[in-house]
Design a protein around this ligand. Structure first.
Ligand SMILES: [Zn+2]
Length: 100
């Protein structure tokens, strides 16, 4: 039997994700809560605002697949969320806040 990634759909509060999210791209990780940059993938907390990372979003999951595989081995409790989904919803939220 071989294990493969299957993406799932689950409802989340975007604010809860944002408070505990590391966004990982080519230049390293960003804290979604305070926007601190250059955070290593291994970090369990933000060095700036001390947010605990429970979620990770990869900007380019295809490129970072080896990292994703290792992360799942080492920290199976962490949830990997889809970056596109996250940025679409935060974009919608920004638009709504702007119109208030
Ligand atoms: Zn932070």
């Amino acid at each position: 039997m071989s294990e493969k990634f299957i993406r799932i759909y689950k409802k989340f509060y975007i604010d809860e994700i944002k408070a505990h999210l590391l966004i990982y791209g080519d230049l390293g990780g960003n804290c979604a809560a305070c926007h601190k940059m250059g955070i290593p993938l291994e970090a369990t907390r933000c060095p700036e605002c001390a947010a605990e990372f429970k979620y990770i979003a990869f900007r380019n999951p295809r490129v970072h697949m080896p990292k994703i595989l290792r992360l799942q081995e080492e920290r199976p409790e962490i949830l990997i969320i889809d970056h596109e989904d996250y940025s679409r919803h935060t974009g919608e939220q920004k638009a709504r806040d702007f119109l208030k």
